[in-house]
Design a protein around this ligand. Structure first.
Ligand code: ADP
Length: 596
């Protein structure tokens, strides 16, 4: 029953790969199939032609001369075909491989981009992705292996057709002798693959340690703290542990394969003795002798090749099954509604509580507040009090656990997720910039903006973010690449400059609500002051929710919300809160004292 299940799985994978190959590269797939089949028959043709030539040479009759010429011509043709098909197959292999890998990587990238943010919170999902990413190159080989199987099978059948006339017993024996090798290969292929699956997390950890030692972002910290050796040691230890476990399995596989692979060789020598006796007894010709030896050697080789190719397909089959399940795997718990969000936007939280998926603690508890359109809300609170989480709920990166978020008096779930996110423009802590020019970085804020609006909007965004000054001083201005990794005349931005570019991207997008999470963390006091002045002066038509530890900026807000351990501890205007909220007064005094 289980065997039937495995066979069905194998056929499904085979079929799936065929379809994948056909979708990715139909032309190359067809040609590969054709040339590999032709290539499989040619060695048998050589052996048969050699037999005929030998028989002609032994006969010495009148017809032999003409026949010999014909046979030599045929042999030449076969040799030429062998050479041509070898080169064509090499070419097709390379092309098909590239196209298929690209096709698979596109599928993975598109899928990753469509996943919910929750994917990044769970090591299980990383493992799934890591496995398919790592195996995408192997996947490309599966089609090749399938075709090799077909080619070897054609060779085996043609060898047996000839051999069964002369040495049927030995032909059967060689076939039987291959079974133990196949079983052992199958067993250990499976073991090694399972081992790989079980150790994906450790492999990822090893990759991470290697990354710390080699990647630019860690370079300064590693040198500053002198922790290169510490990481190297950790990396080496993990590698050794993984390698030793894997080596044990591979060694056992080697021992069994060595034992079993001797059997076909013994049968080969027995067959040689047997046909030699037949020749001496006059039962067979010298041509038959050559044919038998050639075919038996050929059969032993192709059977070995067939077992390897089948095992390769089998190993790939397991990976293909994994890829198939990945293809079916969706992490889209966020179900989109179909209403379009109109602007301006009224935001309301009613008794909202939230736990991150897979955790028990409530990060937000019973949050209720309302922000009328075009009003400004400042959220303050200690680290970990749930401020950023609140913004993530608003963008539907996660579903609330309890309560409801309303936008324009309708539950947030009723809105189309894309239309919802279009209404918001955000700056998050550590918002990344991309390895492009400043211009591209900013325009990615709304990359489908009509071309006639782009220039003006870009200048506006640069000014609001306070980035226009330093950008204008650059020799290539906004066309400057903000990395040296790919462009020699690119530049590395300072932390503050980089933050300003990310802020400009946020301002570039024509959104109804701006969400700013610690927007001034890397800015100097002047930059910080200018940013809040811009927000006040130029964003009167937009709602703004900003998280800030610098309480000197709260003057911008119509309302201040103080969060403590996920609960609203107080809400109101600055003066009110100074009087009524101990935590707020403390936070304010810590900073005010310094200035005084
Ligand atoms: P704040 O912005 O106020 O500093 P956050 O909203 O980022 O705080 O985090 C609130 C709490 O939620 C913290 O205890 C943090 O550890 C936890 N947290 C944040 N992100 C996740 C996550 N993806 N999974 C689990 N817990 C998280």
């Amino acid at each position: 029953m289980e065997k039937r299940g495995k066979l069905r799985g194998f056929i499904n994978s085979f079929w799936y790969c065929g379809k994948l190959s056909w979708k990715a590269a139909p032309f190359y797939t067809l040609l590969q199939l054709l040339f590999k089949s032709v290539q499989a028959i040619l060695p048998v043709a050589v052996v048969w032609l050699t037999k005929e030539i030998l028989n002609c040479l032994m006969n010495h009759d009148k017809r032999s001369g003409g026949m010999l010429q014909g046979l030599f011509c045929l042999l030449l043709l076969v040799y030429i075909l062998q050479a041509v098909s070898r080169h064509v197959i090499n070419y097709l292999d390379g092309m098909q491989r590239d196209v298929i890998i690209h096709y698979i990587e596109s599928i993975i990238a598109q899928k990753a981009a469509a996943m919910d943010v929750e994917y990044y919170d769970n090591p299980k999902y990383y493992d799934i992705f890591e496995n398919v990413k790592r195996n995408s190159h192997v996947m490309a080989g599966v089609i090749d292996n399938c075709m090799m199987c077909i080619g070897f099978a054609v060779s085996v059948i043609s060898c047996i057709c000839f051999l069964k006339e002369v040495l049927p017993f030995y032909a059967a024996l060689i076939m039987i002798a291959t079974i133990p090798v196949a079983v052992s290969q199958h067993r250990y292929t499976r073991k090694i693959y399972r081992w790989g699956l079980e150790h994906t997390t450790s492999e990822r950890r090893k990759g991470y340690l290697y990354g710390v030692l080699t990647e630019r972002s860690y370079a300064q910290t590693v040198r500053l703290f002198g922790i290169g050796d510490y990481f190297t040691e950790k990396y080496e230890l993990l590698w050794k542990k993984l390698f030793e476990k894997k080596r044990n399995i591979i060694r056992k596989k080697l021992v069994w394969n060595l034992l079993f692979s001797i059997m076909p060789e013994i049968i080969l020598i027995c067959a040689t003795v047997s046909i030699s006796r037949n020749v001496l007894a006059g039962k067979n010709t010298i041509g038959d002798f050559s044919l038998c030896l050639g075919l038996i050697a050929q059969l032993t080789g192709v059977l070995h090749g067939l077992v390897s190719a089948v095992m390769n397909v089998y190993e790939n089959n397991l990976k293909v099954e994994y890829f198939m399940s990945f293809d079916r795997f969706r992490l889209n718990k966020i179900v989109s509604g179909n209403k379009m969000l109109e602007t301006p936007v009224k935001i309301e939280f009613q008794n909202v509580s939230f736990q991150y998926p897979g955790t028990r603690e409530y990060v937000l508890k019973n949050i209720s507040f309302c922000l009328e359109p075009c009003k400004k809300l400042c959220i303050v609170g200690e680290n970990g009090s749930g401020k950023s989480t609140l913004l993530k709920l608003l963008l539907r990166f996660y579903e609330v656990s309890e309560g409801t978020v309303y936008l324009n008096d309708l539950p947030i779930k009723e809105y189309d997720v894309n239309s919802l996110r279009t209404a918001f423009s955000c700056f998050f802590q550590n918002s990344p910039n991309f390895a492009f020019t400043i211009k591209e970085n900013i325009r990615l804020g709304e990359y489908d903006m009509p071309a006639e609006d782009c220039d003006e909007r870009e200048r506006h965004a640069l000014r609001l973010a306070g980035a226009d000054g330093f950008v204008d001083r650059l020799s290539h201005k906004e066309n400057t690449y903000i990395t040296k990794i790919y462009e020699e005349d690119g530049m590395e931005l300072s932390g503050g400059q980089s933050q300003k570019v990310a802020l400009a991207r946020m301002f570039y997008k024509r959104a109804s609500v701006l969400l700013l999470d610690e927007p001034t963390a890397a800015l100097d006091p002047k930059g910080e002051h200018e940013l809040f002045e811009s927000l006040k002066r130029e964003c009167s038509g937009q709602s703004v929710i900003f998280i800030s530890h610098r309480l000197s900026n709260v003057f911008l807000a119509d309302e201040i919300m103080v969060l403590e351990n996920g609960k609203i501890c107080a809400q109101g205007k600055h003066e009110e809160l100074l009087r009524s909220c101990m935590l707020y007064k403390q936070l304010y005094d810590y900073q005010a004292d310094k200035y005084l």
